[in-house]
Design a protein around this ligand. Structure first.
Ligand code: NDP
Length: 479
């Protein structure tokens, strides 16, 4: 299988070969090399940022609707090529083609379409002050660095590029070293859609290249999707230059199922919230709190349904559960499962698996202090916990440093809203889980990050306000 791109990087509107270390891209299912890339050298990172800074003013000077049109055209091209792009996404990530066909590039296209459509609404405010008045201008920040994780590489690139570009920013994007291919396609597609050269650039590399991006003098904002430890480093580095940041980081989110919940829906949601993309989703509801009256029925039904999962070749349309992105990551997940067993929790189903595959894994008899309950595993591992009453579950659900997401299943309308209002999480669901439409702001609180992606709220994080006071009369001075 060959997925070799024209070149490793994309700078100033064209493919450019990297001058740094080799980067081997492997299909997670077979381990075979599908592309041989090279990282960007530090000089190439600086060049990409310079090119972006040079291209940005002209792009920002265009009428917003003209910028928007480029994004909506890019969305249309993505949809036309969805099949080819989804296949590439599957090769890059190992995620089942039945997922990538509907969830990855499609979600990226929705972001480009949404922000493209928003272009005409990006206005300021007029503030009457008696005779005088003031107005605000919402202006671009300049050059934004985007740094992505490997679980939704193309979606992440689109989620960051769309609000940044529509506001008139330029972007230099660094995908995860594990999944470098999709962002290069996005760069090509944006050029085809009419984006001026230099406005969207891609550099490849490991953490060092990301670190160089976050401190480059031309960079005004850093948007990271990654883990909390990386987020801390990037936030600190960005602070040196007083750069803006968006941090989309990890989580260990609670999914609370009350006795009166619709059992089948709650089980479906728990499956989606833990095993989709082989569990490699930041907002996953990996702490499933089950009220005592429903717990046994829930676990019986969950075990029954999980048994039917079809694992295998991600390119087979029947496959529902693919491999983990890399053997290193699979081993980390195995170690986390083993730690759970050693701490005294038992497996309802699943376990370590073989090679790159970790089957859907469910722990019972877990306690709040175990590492499987406290730490993000980023794999298909669900920890179930029993609870008795509402106050107790709210307290235990909030007893974590993370705050990305939360979900509640109950038929009791007032309880649903009351519990959600008490949960410390940025993105919440009632009687469903993990739906992230572009219309809805997405992001975390506490250690899970700051800033929001998607929706009009994202615009605030890719722009700054200029206030303009307009004097309409004479100017008085004291002397
Ligand atoms: P990492 O934090 O390891 O890496 C994220 C990105 O940051 C990668 O591109 C990485 O490069 C880069 N990077 C690493 N070190 C630095 C540095 N010092 N300066 C700048 N950039 C750096 O995350 P993973 O890729 O392992 O992704 C998994 C994590 O991402 C999980 O914690 C998950 O919860 C979180 N995530 C959050 C989401 C959200 O929206 N909240 C969505 C998806 C994932 P490289 O890896 O190439 O070395």
């Amino acid at each position: 299988m060959n997925a070799q791109p024209a070149a490793s990087l994309f700078i100033n509107g064209r493919p450019v070969e990297g001058e740094g270390d080799a980067l081997s891209v492997r299909y997670p299912f077979t381990g075979e090399e599908i592309a041989a890339l090279r990282e960007a050298s530090l000089e190439q990172v600086a060049l990409a940022c310079q090119v972006a800074a040079d291209a940005q003013p002209e792009w920002a000077a265009m009428a917003p609707v003209d910028r928007g049109r480029v994004l909506t055209r890019a969305a249309a091209i993505i949809r036309e090529r969805n099949e080819e792009l989804s296949r590439l996404e599957t090769l890059d990530t190992g995620k089942p083609i039945q997922e990538t066909l509907i969830a990855d590039w499609e979600s990226g296209a929705q972001a480009l379409e949404f922000f493209g459509g928003l272009a005409a609404t990006l206005t300021g405010q007029m503030i009457p002050l008696g005779q005088d008045w003031a107005y605000t201008r919402r202006e671009a920040l300049g050059v934004c660095a985007g740094i992505g994780a490997w679980n939704y590489p193309s979606q992440i690139a689109c989620w960051k590029a769309a609000p940044a570009l529509v506001m008139g920013n330029a972007m230099v994007f660094k995908p995860s070293e594990e999944t470098p291919l999709g962002a290069l396609k996005l760069a090509e597609i944006l050029i085809e859609a009419g984006l001026p050269a230099g406005v969207f650039n891609v550099v490849q590399g490991r953490g060092g290249v990301g670190a160089a991006l976050t401190t480059d003098a031309n960079v005004d904002k850093v948007s990271l999707t990654g883990s909390v430890p990386t987020g801390r480093k990037v936030y600190a580095a960005a602070a040196e230059g007083m750069r803006h940041v968006t941090m989309e980081l990890g989580g260990k989110s609670p999914l609370i199922v009350f006795d009166d919940a619709n059992l089948e829906n709650a089980v479906s949601a728990a499956i989606n919230a833990n095993f989709y993309s082989s569990g490699q989703i930041c907002s996953n509801g990996t702490r499933v709190f089950l009220q005592e009256g429903i717990r046994e029925r829930f676990l019986d039904r969950l075990a029954e349904r999980v048994r039917n999962v079809r694992m295998g070749d991600p390119l087979d349309p029947e496959t529902q559960h693919g491999p983990i992105v890399s053997p290193i990551q699979a081993d980390k997940i195995r170690a986390a499962i083993q730690a759970g067993q050693e701490a005294g929790a038992s497996l309802l189903c699943g376990g370590g698996g073989e090679g790159a595959f970790i089957p859907p894994t469910v722990f019972v008899d877990a306690t709040d202090d175990m590492s499987i309950t406290r730490d993000e595993i980023f794999g298909p591992v669900m920890t179930t916990l029993a609870f008795y009453d509402e106050d107790e579950v709210v307290r235990r659900a909030n007893d974590t440093g993370f705050g990305l997401a939360a979900g509640v299943f109950t038929q009791d309308l007032t309880r649903a809203h009351r519990v959600i209002s008490r949960l410390q999480a940025g993105t919440c669901w009632i009687n469903t889980y993990n739906l992230t439409p572009v219309e809805m702001p997405f992001g975390g609180v506490k250690m899970s990050g700051l800033g929001r992606e998607n929706s009009a709220a994202a615009i605030e994080h890719y722009s700054q306000l200029k206030s303009v006071y307009v004097g309409m009369g004479d100017v008085e001075a004291p002397y």
